[in-house]
Design a protein. Structure first.
Length: 232
């Protein structure tokens, strides 16, 4: 799952990278974004204008609590997602994702026998040559009882490949320029046309480096969350 990511960019960079025509005033430089927090969303409004606004990270489906990720392979199988595929696609800007080392059961047992308390090492994962990129997302909107427009979003994920699976079982779908244009295109409603863009990144396309385990605390957000550290 993708449960934490960073966005180290200002409004100007976002407008240029995603060709945004209109935006709401919002905070964009974020170092440790956690589920249920507001996140920036790039999407088309009902007039086809590309806009930047925000929504809560985590949907409220009846079959799951705080659905922060959506499995790309099951999007068509769930009516909840199928409806959003037709009219609720968005792009979630990102600078990097966080991952934690995953241990097999025998490794965990060995650590316990040695009497060592293990704190999983936090890693920051970036896309090579792309300090700012777009993740495929889905969103929904509704009116609250007091009439306010509410919005919530989820990140589309695919299985991690190769050695990356040691750190993250699943990774977000990262779209290239063509993929972003088609993902947001309001006249493209058939998922079969979009499926080709939902591919995993290969390990050589990513850069991964250790960062402070302070990112474990979702309340902690500072520049050192994405600063590379030297391991002893």
């Amino acid at each position: 799952m993708c449960i934490r990511f960073s966005l180290a960019s200002d409004i100007g960079e976002l407008k240029q990278q995603f060709r945004i025509q209109r935006h709401e005033p919002l905070e964009t430089t974020r170092y440790n974004i956690a589920p249920t927090r507001p996140i920036p969303l790039v999407r088309n409004d009902r007039h086809g204008v590309r806009i930047l606004d925000e929504g809560r990270w985590g949907l409220f489906p009846f079959w799951a609590r705080d659905s922060v990720n959506a499995d790309a392979s099951s999007l068509e199988a769930k009516p909840f997602f199928k409806r959003m595929l037709a009219g609720g696609r968005c792009i979630i800007p990102c600078s990097g994702m966080f991952g934690w080392e995953r241990l097999e059961a025998e490794d965990k047992a060995a650590r316990r026998e040695e009497g060592r308390q293990r704190q999983p090492r936090a890693m920051h994962i970036q896309v090579q040559g792309r300090p700012l990129f777009g993740m495929a997302g889905l969103y929904e909107e509704w009116r609250s009882p007091d009439g306010r427009l509410e919005r919530a979003a989820t990140i589309v994920t695919v299985p991690a490949s190769g050695s990356l699976s040691q750190w993250q079982e699943r990774l977000p779908v990262v779209l290239d320029e063509e993929g972003m244009d088609e993902w947001l295109h309001p006249e493209i409603r058939e998922f079969s046309f979009l499926r080709r863009h939902l591919q995993p990144l290969e390990p050589f396309q990513l850069r991964m480096y250790p960062v402070s385990n302070a990112v474990d605390d979702e309340r902690y957000e500072a520049p050192d969350c994405i600063q590379e550290i030297r391991l002893a």
